[in-house]
Design a protein around this ligand. Structure first.
Ligand code: ADQ
Length: 464
């Protein structure tokens, strides 16, 4: 069996994330790597005044990791800059927040070259190379330039934007040309694959059918591989002592009311502002719930060095203060807004105690919180998932209450419906969701992707 070399921007093992605060990507990759011999390569998260290229190798949880430190300028231009001020907002349809800067583009190219220089000597001829996410789109081209003949796959955890949006990015052709150097390009949903196809056909003058795309003189396969959670591990965590303790603690503080929960990285794509507005409207239009429900929003800050993240944090602070000021009473607070991360088990206990979950991103590649919430529920008394139509997860989780997160009225009515839903309907919807979460888990995702990457051993027929 070939080894797998996973390459992503950050390397973060679940066991050393003090409170389990790393994003879905890290959790999913760690679970996927456990069973394979192989290695996870990426940035350590540390910065130095000068780049050395030194590689630190470590082994934890049966996974070997290899990391490099980046230069402060790299962090600013590549990570904070091109990745998170340019591509992230663009890929989440937020043109208003996109910043273009030539220095960002140069930093992005430089760090991808540094990654390639550092990782190339660690790769053996039979290894499968699996590169993750928007930070590293040019990496396959860099590896090929260094003579690597291995099969190289790419998986995009975020949405892929519609062609007309992507066309606003200076040098967008080069980005897509880089993508075409992979053997296999994986997307979370058909929607993102469709956007890619329409760019290849409409803007690159290429062709694409039956999963084989041709453009810029190259052919690559592309397909849909919806990511899941490590369902068995999460279900076990949800019934472990840490979850039980967190559950008992929160049930005590719920005091017979119905809790609605939201758990998101503090990111503008997650729709937390619109969610707060919808909740405020819910309290105004359904005053029978005043004193009888509350919203627990858990949102640990991320990317705090970026202005748009500081702005949203300030706005959420103001909104939560306003809602509590307007509706709170001496013995009841309508909104508990918490900016910290929790360990997995505790999070599972909190999910289990919630009568409903609000997962309402404005745009999301998949969204693993929706799946975690379902996995953690008590089958005898399951809560109700309210899910944005614009999360990739909505294509699989059709038994949730699907809402348009921009339509506050619809979200508000879904809250009322969730909190009043009869037990039989809750159980029916939950059963269907739970089966999907268990079946389409992270292991199924890994197997599907790796099998498809191995299949690319057969050269694709040139079709253009
Ligand atoms: P993210 O944008 O990070 O992931 P998501 O899929 O929701 O989004 O994963 C978040 C993860 O962080 C979950 O596992 C959640 O439990 C955890 N988390 C959030 N808040 C937490 C807290 N307060 N304490 C502890 N843990 C917390 C990106 C894409 C998604 C895609 C994933 C995986 O943006 O669309 O689903 O990658 O592909």
């Amino acid at each position: 069996m070939s080894r797998i070399i996973v390459i992503s921007n950050r390397v973060a093992m679940p066991s050393n994330g003090s409170a389990g605060s790393q994003g879905g990507l890290a959790v999913a990759i760690a679970a996927a790597l456990k069973e394979y011999r192989g290695m996870w390569f990426g940035w350590s998260g540390e910065s130095t005044s000068e780049y050395t290229g030194a590689i630190s190798i470590a082994r934890a949880d049966d996974v070997t990791t290899a990391t490099i430190d980046l230069e402060e300028q790299d962090v600013e231009e590549y990570y904070n800059g091109y990745a998170n001020k340019t591509l992230w907002p663009l890929f989440h349809y937020r043109l208003d927040l996109v910043e273009f800067d030539r220095a960002f583009g140069a930093g992005y190219a430089r760090v991808n070259q540094r990654f390639a220089d550092a990782v190339t000597p660690l790769i053996e001829p039979d290894d499968l190379v699996w590169i993750h996410d928007y930070h590293l789109i040019p990496l396959a081209r860099e590896l090929r330039a260094r003579g690597l003949k291995n099969r190289i796959g790419f998986f995009l955890h975020t949405p892929w934007p519609p062609a007309r949006l992507l066309a606003t990015l200076p040098h967008h052709e080069e980005l897509v040309e880089c993508l075409m150097t992979y053997d296999l390009i994986g997307f979370q949903t058909e929607d993102w694959l469709d956007s890619f196809r329409s760019y290849i056909i409409g803007m690159a003058g290429g062709s694409g059918s039956d999963g084989v795309f041709s453009a810029y003189g190259r052919s690559a396969r592309a397909g849909v591989f919806p990511i899941g959670i490590d369902a068995d591990a999460f279900i076990a965590a949800a019934h472990g002592p840490q979850a039980d303790a967190a559950h008992a603690r929160i049930v005590h503080s719920i005091a017979g009311r119905k809790m609605i929960v939201g758990v998101d990285r503090l990111d503008y794509s997650k729709g937390i502002e619109d969610r707060f507005l919808a909740y405020e409207r819910f309290l105004s239009d359904h005053p029978e719930w005043i004193g009888n429900t509350f919203l627990l929003q858990i949102a640990p800050p991320t990317r705090a060095g970026i202005g748009s993240y500081q702005d949203i944090r300030e706005r959420l602070d103001a909104q939560s203060g306003r809602i509590n000021g307007a509706f709170a009473d001496v013995d009841w607070v309508p909104l508990r807004y918490v900016n910290r991360a929790y360990p997995r088990g505790e999070l599972a206990g909190i999910y289990r105690a919630a009568a409903a979950a609000l997962v309402t991103p404005l745009r999301d590649g998949m969204n693993l919180v929706a799946k975690e919430y379902v996995a953690a529920q008590d089958p005898d008394d399951p809560g109700v998932l309210i899910l944005s139509k614009f999360a990739g997860a909505a294509t699989q989780m059709t038994a949730a209450l699907l809402v348009n997160p921009f339509d506050g009225h619809e979200v508000m009515e879904a809250m009322h419906q969730a909190l009043t839903m009869p037990l039989a309907e809750r159980q029916g919807r939950w059963q269907e969701l739970f089966e999907g979460v268990q079946r389409d888990d992270v292991l199924a995702w890994r197997e599907c992707y790796i099998a498809a990457l191995q299949d690319t051993a057969e050269p694709v027929a040139a079709t253009a």
